[in-house]
Design a protein around this ligand. Sequence first.
Ligand code: NAP
Length: 367
Amino acid sequence: MTDERPTRLSLGGLKLQTLAPLESDGDQIAMPARRPTSGEPVSTRVVIVGSGPAGLTAAIYAARANLAPIVIGGLVGGGQLMVTSDVENYPGFPEAIAGPELMDRFRAQALRFGARIVDADVDRVDFAGRPFRLWADGVEYRADAVIVATGAEAIWLGIDSETRLRGKGVSACATCDGFFFRDKVVGVVGGGDSALEDALYLTRFAKEVHLIHRRDALRASKIMQARAEANPKIAMHLNRTVKEVLGDNTVDGVRLERTDRSGEEILPVEGLFVAIGHRPNVDVFRDWLDLDDKGYLRVEGRTTASNIDGVFVAGDVDDHRYRQAVTAAGEGCRAAIDAERWLEATESQAPGGTAAVATPPSPTTAG
Ligand code: NAP
């Protein structure tokens, strides 16, 4: 189930601003406490942008390959699992694990092998030549290779009751949370392929699935429409918008408004799946990296290579099909291996190698 919780709660309110050298303490998450002050660029072999399952898996592999990765993980790091409560489908956790705890473990594992993690947003990049340059929180980072793993965000309806009940019956991931709605009545919002796919998926568990769409025509492909219409568990509620999700700690229903304003109705559902699209986090890369026709980063064939040699892509920022933590982690692994092989090949062609790994600027204690 998804759950709205304070970000980084499970990291003890830790909020890194800049470079955090490793201070490993056994299984504990290292206490990042240093920042560069010299104003000099920070150079390394690989910079990874994003700290969800893709970014941190890339960090684990890159660190173990001695590539001294720096993860610029975002101010709100950890990706979508930071707002997910029980994760029951990540292999290796038969009893389920809380999303933030799973991300703590990814992070601890990356730190253990020497990755450095910066909790800041990348606000500008320059991929015109090597080393690649990235700026975050006023610091310039330089890298011989870059892995972009910035993820995608579900688009929400934007009503207060939806936010309040996220993780308590409101979800944007049917694959993740459908299992919790066995023999229940659920609603799905949206009229695209995702909504219909979610509705069809949910019929495996729920006893009734109510599809709520704001127009009189669905956007989804004809074949998906035909499947949904033929499924006796799915009921369509067209020309309706969700005005409110009802319930205190669980979902009791939704208040719908007819789009011609002819009235409202209460639909008694026990869960609500919002499937109105996802937005990949591509803004800072838009001028450099190719996008596909859906606005996601484009990769070359079955690799993680982008259109720029030495820049690799992993996770939901290029994957609009699977969007799972385990597939993102798998892509992070692939991207790190692609980057390692690419660096090896590039450096073997240029005796002496490319840019040396620079020593991080002399640290001072950060707040
Ligand atoms: P989408 O095609 O953009 O559809 C989004 C749906 O949500 C639309 O029906 C839209 O309504 C509705 N919507 C948007 N904002 C809304 C709001 N604020 N309130 C209520 N409804 C809202 O997104 P998607 O379904 O996630 O699909 C994205 C892409 O992936 C598409 O190209 C799709 O074909 C593809 N996809 C393919 C498959 C498959 O082939 N199996 C599965 C999933 C997705 P309007 O129609 O009124 O705009």
